[in-house]
Write a protein that binds this ligand. Structure first.
Ligand code: BG6
Length: 506
């Protein structure tokens, strides 16, 4: 959502700088911002973690991450050397006051020569258990005192349930004002997700038909081929509902269903999204079995390789009842969407990596064509591909060339790769720049997070009080459990066949 200005002088203080997130995502993103000339002239990163490391060792580790994970590939030596001088490291115990005294001295020694007020961005890339100690100590040590320039960035998971999310909000609000808090949902930084706002509200074409009069139903699929990778011990306490639906998928639903904002101010956009969350029908525990389905992957074959079942993954309890697949039917009870089902599904070890939103329109009210001309007839469909295909397709009927009147569905395609030459930034580049600029539009406000938890709590509670009897219930490499097919088939619909990926490269 950024404008074309560069941020003010900024110091980014990363708690958990020795971890994976910093290595794979944050620092490659900051380095790309630097290469694209978005980083201010007065700029520094201070990494904190429990490990002993010198500045040079930290820089070497970060370089290694950039070389492996940056969208630009290996760093060029002279650019890197200029950038690396702004990286600093401090060994730190996050619960110890001394850490914060040292940190304060370090920040001052960096910022004083700049002679200007600077933004301080405290990035918490750490397990939630440390959040309270860090925010308290930042306040006690008076490092974070400027309401306008000091900002706190928090990664998900934001709480484990509604109660813990509320507690967490209370804890951080003791030190930071809501307008200083940037809760990350990295989906909101994705180029194609931001484009949903442009698509819906910068075009006059779609808005008049974006409602229950024309739309039959909406499907949101966020499918992954990977299993839980090295995150088994986290995932086994989370599951697909908490890991994907409470945040990423509900955000995609909000962007699809929200009313047009009056302006693009952070609060206006977020107000409109909260309105959607509040309008989503709250299920009772009894409603859950009709509207939600869970699954867990068994072993299977993916791309010719045998893969293990969820229960055999490292860090996972061998008797785990945690779901690696979830599908839910939601309703948005308001004037625009009454009775239009929103089917969402997500899972690990599914047959294809794809995130896609499909808007299925209603059939034509009357067909004037004889049956034999419309054998392959399909209602109009708008397919918004978030990843890996990036683009939008509109499916409509066309007359097949020939002497007979025969109709087949065809696609009109907008594809990022062929429409633009510039490579899109990574989600973290967009989000980190927005934090430096003080633009919170793409971040989760406390009421949004809590409203999302409120919605999924009945599902969590119903599932926890009623352990599954059929896990594992889908094989790796398939589209999930049969019950997910039944969920949508009961309404006379089916999960829509996904279009083949198209090449995004130029
Ligand atoms: C994270 C989840 O938030 O999103 C992961 O914790 C998931 O389990 C990841 O794999 C998916 O992100 P992306 O950007 O690869 O779709």
């Amino acid at each position: 959502m950024q404008s074309a200005r560069k941020p003010d002088p900024s110091t980014i203080i990363i708690f958990g700088a020795g971890g994976d997130l910093c290595w794979r995502k944050l620092m490659p993103a900051i380095y790309n911002l630097y290469l694209d000339d978005w980083v201010p002239d007065n700029f520094a990163v201070i990494g904190l973690d429990i490990k002993e490391m010198s500045d040079d060792e930290f820089r070497q580790r970060i370089l290694d991450g950039v070389n492996q994970f940056s969208r630009r590939g290996k760093a060029n030596e002279s650019d890197w050397n200029k950038f690396a001088s702004s990286l600093n490291y401090q060994k730190a115990d996050f619960t110890n006051e001394e850490t914060y005294k040292k940190l304060s001295d370090k920040i001052l020694s960096i910022e004083n020569p700049w002679g200007k007020k600077s933004n301080r961005i405290f990035y918490l890339a750490i397990p939630p258990a440390f959040i309270e100690a860090i925010t308290k100590n930042l306040s006690l040590s008076k490092i974070a005192q400027d309401d306008l320039r000091d900002r706190l960035v928090i990664e998900k998971p934001f709480g484990h349930d509604l109660e813990s999310a509320r507690e967490l909000n209370n804890v951080i609000k003791n030190t930071f004002d809501e307008c200083q808090i940037y809760r990350i949902d990295h989906y909101l930084g994705k180029e194609t997700v931001q484009n949903m706002i442009a698509f819906r509200f910068a075009n006059a074409l779609f808005e008049p038909i974006w409602n229950r009069n024309f739309i039959d139903h909406v499907q949101i699929t966020v499918a992954e081929e990977v299993g839980v990778e090295h995150r088994g011990s986290y995932y086994d306490h989370a599951g697909a509902l908490r890991d994907m639906i409470q945040n990423h998928i509900l955000q995609l639903l909000c962007l699809t269903a929200m009313e047009p904002p009056v302006s693009f101010s952070a609060d206006e956009v977020r107000n409109k999204k909260v309105d959607v969350l509040r309008a989503i029908r709250k299920y009772t525990r009894d409603d859950v079995h009709r509207n939600a389905v869970r699954g867990q992957y068994n072993n299977g074959w993916m791309e010719g390789q045998k893969v293990i079942s969820y229960k055999e993954e490292p860090g996972v309890n061998s008797k785990s009842n945690i779901e690696t697949f979830a599908a839910v039917k939601f309703y948005v009870d308001n004037w625009r969407w009454q009775d239009v089902p929103f089917y969402v599904r997500t899972g690990k070890r599914l047959s294809q990596k794809t995130s896609v939103i499909t808007i299925q329109f209603r059939p034509v009210p009357h067909s004037a064509f004889p049956n034999e001309t419309i054998e392959n007839w399909q209602p109009n469909r708008l397919i918004i591909n978030i990843q890996p295909e990036m683009g939008i397709r509109i499916r409509f009927q066309a007359k097949q060339p020939g002497l007979k009147m025969l109709m087949t569905p065809v696609d009109m395609v907008f594809n990022y790769g062929s429409a633009y030459t510039a490579e899109p930034p990574e989600a973290y580049e967009t989000l980190l720049l927005d934090v430096m600029l003080g633009d919170a539009t793409l971040f989760m406000r406390s009421d949004q997070v809590e409203a999302a938890w409120e919605l999924i709590m009945p599902i969590i509670e119903a599932w926890e009080s009623n352990p599954p009897v059929d896990f594992p219930n889908y094989f790796a490499g398939t589209w999930g459990p049969e019950a997910a097919e039944a969920l949508i088939a009961r309404d006379g619909k089916n999960w829509l066949v996904l279009p083949m990926p198209i090449n995004n490269s130029k």
